[in-house]
Design a protein around this ligand. Structure first.
Ligand SMILES: [Zn+2]
Length: 92
């Protein structure tokens, strides 16, 4: 499941207007998204690449996962906790 979230995040991060896209922030976004995803989704996806592929092909599932990741990305972008972003802010 983490792989699915990571793949989706990496695919869509450019269109999510992240305030910062360093590894720390991506990890934060992933952690938030994994918390928000329905448990059945996680369980279904954790063990079988085949089930995973089905979910990726499933429009509703794909929409849900992207929506959840986008929400998580918005939260993290609102207040990035990483040093890279803190330094950017100081320079501004
Ligand atoms: Zn960052």
């Amino acid at each position: 499941m983490e792989d699915v979230v990571r793949d989706t995040l990496l695919t869509y991060k450019k269109s999510m207007n992240l305030a910062c896209s360093c590894d720390r922030c991506l990890d934060d976004i992933m952690a938030l998204a994994l918390n928000d995803l329905p448990p059945s989704y996680v369980v279904n996806n954790a063990y079988s690449p085949y089930v995973r592929a089905q979910h990726q092909a499933d429009r509703q599932g794909a929409t849900n996962i992207i929506t959840i990741i986008a929400k998580s990305a918005a939260k993290v972008s609102g207040s990035p906790r990483c040093e890279a972003y803190a330094q950017t802010k100081q320079h501004n």
